[in-house]
Design a protein around this ligand. Structure first.
Ligand SMILES: Cc1cc2nc3c(=O)[nH]c(=O)nc-3n(C[C@H](O)[C@H](O)[C@H](O)COP(=O)(O)O)c2cc1C
Length: 322
């Protein structure tokens, strides 16, 4: 790639605990080392910062706005409307089955509409394990900006669904991330973050070959995303309930309004009962009936794994760097 034709890559992200920042650094490292690529970072910041660790009320209080995509005010993004990029990497975490509010605010901003238009976008998700509904929303927001989604990479928290049901909220509500009892540490495993540099290597190679212009994925065959049909069904149920309760809670006041507290409390109890009862029963029934719905489930898995897929055939080609 001649130096006077540098490819411009924009990396947009927000991170509360720094986990997504570490993931972004790992993925982007090979791009930053490439002489033919210029990387620009946008670290989103909201005017009113979200607390970490979260208090019980502040944590649940963000869910109505997250689900209704009601954007908070962002600090200056540091992008010009006329800036153009060859590729945009949009890294985000999920908040209540929706993109986190700072990322929603970016996607709904006027500047994003201009900068994203006609530009290939790679989404990079780092979350507990429920990301499918959020990605559907992000796809719609990207389409509204006229952007082209070419790849999606998803990394989820270590341990079983049951383990992260305990470790992730413990981390978010107390700041404690360490292993305890028989639980693993909270968050995405360090090795997974380190090995995510394979995506940067593949993007570097793709950019050198102008692959981003084809609209085809650059990250297939690298185990970019593995969808769990059982979890997606639970997400669909959860999302419906978030919409109903979110609307109700928003009637009681704006974010932070103490009048929202009693309704939020009732909802949290309802949600816990739902998670402890409906979710496992739902998943068990789905597993039992899996053979009868194999084709339908396979089609669903493939749909949610688009565009990059869960294939592993190119894993050896892109050795882990770090
Ligand atoms: C308010 C809130 C809601 C969350 N909801 C979800 C969720 O619905 N699905 C999920 O997989 N992870 C969820 N998470 C976990 C985040 O996606 C993410 O893994 C964690 O917040 C660490 O991200 P960070 O890089 O911002 O520190 C939630 C986190 C927060 C703070």
């Amino acid at each position: 790639m001649p130096l006077d034709h540098k490819k411009r890559v924009l990396v947009v992200h927000y991170s509360q605990t720094g986990q997504l920042s570490r993931l972004v650094s790992s993925v982007v490292a090979p791009l930053r080392e490439a002489p033919g690529i210029e990387v620009k970072f946008v670290n989103l910041e909201t005017k009113n910062a979200y607390p970490f660790p979260w208090s019980f009320f502040s944590f649940f209080d963000v869910f109505p706005e997250a689900v209704y995509l009601d954007p908070p005010e962002l600090k200056n993004i540091g992008l010009r409307e006329d800036e153009k990029f060859d590729l945009i990497l949009l890294a985000y975490q999920v908040w209540f089955l929706a993109p986190s509010l700072p990322v929603t605010a970016f996607l709904k901003s006027e500047i994003a509409e201009k900068v994203l238009r006609d530009t290939p976008v790679v989404t990079l998700i780092g979350c507990r394990n429920m990301w499918a509904m959020a990605q559907e929303t992000v796809k719609q927001l990207l389409a509204a900006c006229g952007a082209k989604l070419v790849d999606n990479v998803v990394l989820v928290d270590q341990g079983s669904n049951l383990a992260s049901f305990v470790t992730t909220p413990r981390w978010l509500l107390t700041g404690k991330k360490d292993a305890f009892w028989w639980f693993p540490p909270a968050g995405i495993a360090d090795e997974q973050i380190a090995e995510a540099s394979r995506f940067g290597l593949a993007m570097r190679e793709g950019l050198a070959a102008d692959k981003e212009k084809t609209g085809l994925p650059m990250l297939s065959g690298l185990r970019a995303v593995t969808a769990d049909v059982g979890l997606i069904k639970s997400e669909k149920t959860g999302y419906r309930s978030f919409r109903i309760w979110g609307r109700l809670i928003r009637m009681f006041g704006a974010p932070g309004d103490p009048k929202r507290k009693p309704v939020l409390l009732i909802y949290v109890v309802f949600l816990l009962v739902l998670i402890i009862t409906v979710v496992p029963v739902n998943m068990a029934i789905k597993r039992l009936l899996a053979s009868r719905f194999r084709e339908k489930h396979q089609a669903m898995k493939e749909y949610y794994e688009l565009p990059s897929g869960s294939g592993e055939e190119r894993m050896d080609e892109f050795q882990c760097q770090n």
